[in-house]
Design a protein around this ligand. Structure first.
Ligand SMILES: [Mg+2]
Length: 265
């Protein structure tokens, strides 16, 4: 007997969760054959994006003024380049970003340093709807954790943007942002995705096994590959449907995942 919950999300008589190509998840076949006990999240591209205003300021000398959506698209196009190449080449990724941002071909090389400076600064802003989605998961009883390749300030950035905190009760006037078990920052722990050990740090803090955990990230190279290596089920945030792979699920945003996840029973 199958019990439908809408959107292609079903639970069978044994309580096994099945998701088969529901709306908002393309390229999915029975990905979540498990009750989900925790959601682990990437930060860049899932909770935060480079600040479009900072990008416009950085590119102003080149006479380029991309709008917010173009800046957003440039982020996902640049991370897609890493996945397409199958190796980490940030210069190649920044060249793709430059072209999407509207930099003329003859100025692309001049744009690399300004673009890189935005990525390496703390000039990131919340992804629209991400905090709301995190709160919805939290209110459903879902344990949460962040695992990010970052520069040592990710926990502070997420707190300062009122997205999530490890201990919201200790945060200033905070009841409108989510509580996470831990923010694992690669710079702090000395391990980077896709090394599975960085995910294991978060799983240990959450006290859950990898087989019942989902990892939401915006790249194949760091996130899908890393999560799988650690035994988690990967979910790829790919709002422009740039990823051609059909061996893992894709969503346009974290909000798309919320209706498909329920707390462990
Ligand atoms: Mg990311």
């Amino acid at each position: 007997m199958l019990v439908g919950f809408g959107g292609g999300f079903m639970v069978d008589a044994h309580g096994t969760t099945l998701i088969q190509d529901p709306p908002g998840l393309y390229g999915v076949r029975s990905v979540f054959e498990l009750p989900v006990h925790a959601v682990l999240l990437d930060a860049g591209g899932v909770l935060l994006l480079p600040d479009p205003s900072a990008m416009r300021r950085a590119l102003s000398e080149l006479g380029v003024t991309p709008d917010d959506d173009t800046c957003r698209r440039a982020h996902y196009a640049s991370t897609r380049e890493i996945d397409r190449l199958g190796e980490v080449d940030w210069v190649a990724a920044d060249r793709v970003a430059a072209r999407v941002l509207g930099v003329p071909d003859e100025r692309v090389e001049d744009a690399l340093a300004p673009i890189s400076s935005v990525y390496l600064s703390d000039s990131w802003v919340p992804v629209t709807g991400a905090t709301h989605a995190l709160l919805a998961l939290q209110r459903a009883g879902m344990p949460l954790a962040v695992v990010s390749n970052a520069g040592g300030t990710m926990e502070h950035q997420l707190l300062s943007h009122r997205i999530c905190a490890v201990d919201p009760s200790g945060a200033p006037t905070g009841d409108d942002f989510a509580e996470v078990a831990v923010v694992v920052d690669s710079h702090v722990v000395g391990i980077e995705k896709p090394d599975p050990r960085i995910f294991e740090i978060a799983l240990a803090k959450l006290g859950v096994g990898s087989a019942n955990a989902v990892y939401v990230g915006d790249t194949v190279h760091f996130d899908v590959v890393g999560a799988r290596a650690a035994g988690l089920a990967p979910v790829h945030v790919d709002p422009y449907e740039l990823c051609p792979d059909d061996d893992h699920p894709h969503i346009a945003s974290l909000a798309d995942l919320v209706p498909h996840l329920v707390p462990a029973s």
